[in-house]
Write a protein that binds this ligand. Sequence first.
Ligand code: AMP
Length: 270
Amino acid sequence: MQICKTPADLKVLNAQNIGFVPTMGALHAGHLSLIERAKAENAFVVVSIFVNPTQFGMNEDFSQYPRPLEKDLDLCAKAGVNAVFTPQVQTLYPFKEAISLNPPKDLLGFEADLRPGHFSGVLQVVLKLFNLVRPTKAYFGQKDAQQLLILQRMANDLFLPVEVIACPTLRDSDGLALSSRNTYLSPEQRELALKIPKALNTIKEAYETGITQGTNLLALGQEVLSPLEVQYLALVNRQLQPLERVEPNNSLILTAIKVGTTRLLDNLWL
Ligand code: AMP
């Protein structure tokens, strides 16, 4: 496995048909499922590990975000990754940015309201990474649904020569969606956090018995989530527009929940 730290290191890879998995490291089985999919579909797989400062707000966890680099490299090697890109901040941001990207207005709300500037930072770093790695396919998790939709829109609107592929959310055996931020949870908080997958399951089961009205489904979810701090719990279509009723195969239940000081995202694709 090759370790690339600079754009020059990436250039000499000289690979065609690259499958690319961008990450912020602290890799878990969710990341590994993206890598596995990329391995299955591409001759050459590149993983980036970069905690991107421009997508973190002033009071967010940029400095405390876990960075277990040696362990991550070991996991990548074992997963059969061909090259890992681990740039320094000054390598990706060598000067004060002159150009910024903003997500389209119809995909705002939710995370964009709670984390001003977050998606501009995501678009900025992913476009830089795409231009450096030049992948044919790039793999992102449905767990970060709004991010995925915004990145698919960027690739489409800017005619980027990359296919943005959506991968399903991997969960722990107790149902909690895997996330690098789960390490912030105390055992008691983790127990409380299980209300999130339970609420989504309750909504799914109710939908399967024929309830399609958003207010009814969301009320059932709210009940399970109590007393957690629900930042949002919403029924939207896959263009993030609010829905009154579930439209089969075009709906999403989006939620962000605060457990202690940790924000956890989850969602259900209906
Ligand atoms: P992150 O390192 O958190 O920026 O995540 C890197 C990529 O892994 C993103 O595309 C995430 O959506 C994806 N990802 C994170 N958690 C999961 C999960 N539990 N299942 C599947 N993909 C995930």
